[in-house]
Design a protein around this ligand. Sequence first.
Ligand code: CO
Ligand code: CO
Length: 323
Amino acid sequence: MLGQLPLISDPNVLVGFSNSDDAGVYRINDETAVVLTADFFTPIVDDPYWFGAIAAANSLSDVYAMGGRPIAAINIAALPGDPEFLPVNKRIMLGGFEKMVEAGVPVIGGHTIKDKEPKFGFAVLGSIHPDRILDNSRAKAGDALILTKPIGTGIISTGVKRGMCGPEVIEEFTTSMATLNRMAGELMLEVGVSTATDITGFGLIGHLHEVLSASNLWARLYSDRVPCFKEALRLAADNIIPGGTVSNIRSYSSQVQWSVGIPDTMKALLNDAQTSGGLLIFVPEEKKETLLARILEKGGMAVHIGDVMEAGTGEARRIIVER
Ligand code: CO
Ligand code: CO
């Protein structure tokens, strides 16, 4: 959407919006740059506290995905002004602020306007060394692809809205979306990786494609290994697929080569628009086992789901999905 705006030619803008990266990066001096990002959305779960917590976790993800350390945040809110909504508004704020406390990020201000349909999120400031920015152009052929959360939250949230999911499913997907990407983000910096992105609205395929096209590379995905919410597979089989996911399937179909026998439900899952999804980490093959072990050791999820290759030639497609 930003494609038609004038390009900025400030040498201190290290990452702008030209490579559809996760966040912008601005150089202060040779040792310090700041990462800047903002994210807010309408309620994804019914519980106001968890809506706030998920919005906070989601807004921090772009900073972690860039290899940055979040420093401070300000809230952005549009909330109903009627007095009966006040307790609900307070719960949204509390959920968001407590998640920021968990992340060690002080909330130092914000802005709220009145709006019938609630919207909530944060603008986040992070810091990063100007030479260690994990932007989308840094993937390398031979990198292994590591995913740190299961996919399918878009399909589940549609199922929840239609009253098709039980409380255990709601709890499981709420917990996943509210989980910070902090631990995986910190460990990947310790181990040393090529780059990373977080999985959100464009789905696993779409966000993988952004990195591959910025790095001019191809990849192979092993669909059987990709961690999915079981409920999402069940709902997809019932054709419960959100609009955003349908448009992802359309947008990326010309970029994906599906091996024979991959079911349509799996195609939907791999394109499913996520909220507060995991990190997709591009790690050099020789560091893969170390990274997987370090994340699992700390109780996180980390699964090797694919590998990056040199760009091919001719008519073939950028992402090859195997069973
Ligand atoms: Co992102
Ligand atoms: Co974002």
